[in-house]
Design a protein around this ligand. Structure first.
Ligand SMILES: Nc1ncnc2c1ncn2[C@@H]1O[C@H](COP(=O)(O)OP(=O)(O)OP(=O)(O)O)[C@@H](O)[C@H]1O
Length: 263
């Protein structure tokens, strides 16, 4: 495999800096020497075949992988907004506030729509009702859900459609005011209409947040991402502006992948 393309985001401010990262689950190496910068207030997609390490890298960014026994970065470094996330001085709770995450099927809690958002803030010690009301509204507006739910905030979140539940989970993630939002297959459980709503939302969200989106859906990457990174067998194969990667790939592997000649 030829060397990955030159850093395509070197002209932009960086939210996440990944340098020479090797990652292991126990004795199994999953990421190999990954180096990349994730640009601030842009949407970056991670694509690649199942098992290539996209979610693993995503979960490195807020140290979610720490929860897996024996898993970890064994070489290299990752910085988030200029701070090395493995520094002993780092507060992991603070990191996870700074780097929010929405999963493929992020289930709401079995509580009201209001409580789904207020709960996390209360856990962080917030008690002021006026402030909670304000953040609930602001977050639901940010997730383009306010108009649909403002008259039923006290009803169960389980009464919402799948697409609304996914936007509620995005609202919950943004309520704690992160700088970065990680999305792991956020639309794979949604129908085309709900997917379109969430994709529209990405375009608004990136004005405020840095977005990183793991997706199997290449059309989705093309519709939503400014930059796209292709991974294969734990290696970064190619990283470029999305249209350049899809229309003018520099690696044969990328060309094969994006034209469906893989396997
Ligand atoms: N908790 C874990 N323990 C051990 N191995 C794991 C764990 N999670 C993932 N892996 C392995 O690490 C490799 C990369 O998995 P990862 O989920 O990062 O890939 P992916 O590209 O996101 O795949 P998919 O698109 O199927 O979600 C796979 O071989 C997977 O089996």
């Amino acid at each position: 495999m030829a060397a990955p393309a030159k850093n395509p985001v070197s002209h932009l401010p960086t939210s996440i800096q990944v340098r020479d990262v090797d990652f292991y689950y126990g004795s199994k190496q999953t990421l190999f020497d990954v180096t990349m910068d994730i640009p601030r207030h842009q949407a970056t997609a991670f694509i690649g075949p199942s098992g290539c390490g996209k979610s693993t890298l995503l979960r490195c960014f807020n140290r979610m992988n720490d929860r897996v026994d024996g898993a970890g970065v064994r070489k290299g470094s990752i910085s988030v907004e200029g701070t090395d996330i493995h520094s002993t001085a780092l507060d992991v709770v603070q990191l996870r506030r700074q780097v929010g995450m929405v999963f493929q099927k992020s289930n709401p809690f079995p509580r009201s729509i209001y409580e789904n958002i207020a709960y996390g803030l209360r856990l962080h010690g917030e008690k002021r009702k006026d402030y909670l009301d304000h953040v609930v509204e602001e977050s639901l507006r940010g997730a383009a859900l306010w108009d649909e739910v403002k008259d039923r905030l006290e009803q169960s979140a389980y009464g919402l459609s799948g697409g609304q539940q996914q936007r509620l989970c995005i609202a919950r993630a943004i309520a704690v005011k992160p700088q970065i939002l990680l999305m792991d297959e956020p639309c794979s459980a949604l129908d085309p209409i709900a997917t379109a709503r969430v994709e529209d939302l990405f375009h608004q969200l990136k004005e405020t947040y840095t977005l990183v989106i793991v997706t199997h859906n290449m059309q989705q990457a093309m519709r939503t991402a400014d930059f796209t990174a292709l991974f294969y067998l734990g290696k970064l194969v190619e990283y470029d502006e999305t249209m350049a990667l899809f229309e003018n790939p520099k690696q044969k592997l990328t060309d094969d992948y994006v034209r469906g000649r893989f396997g």
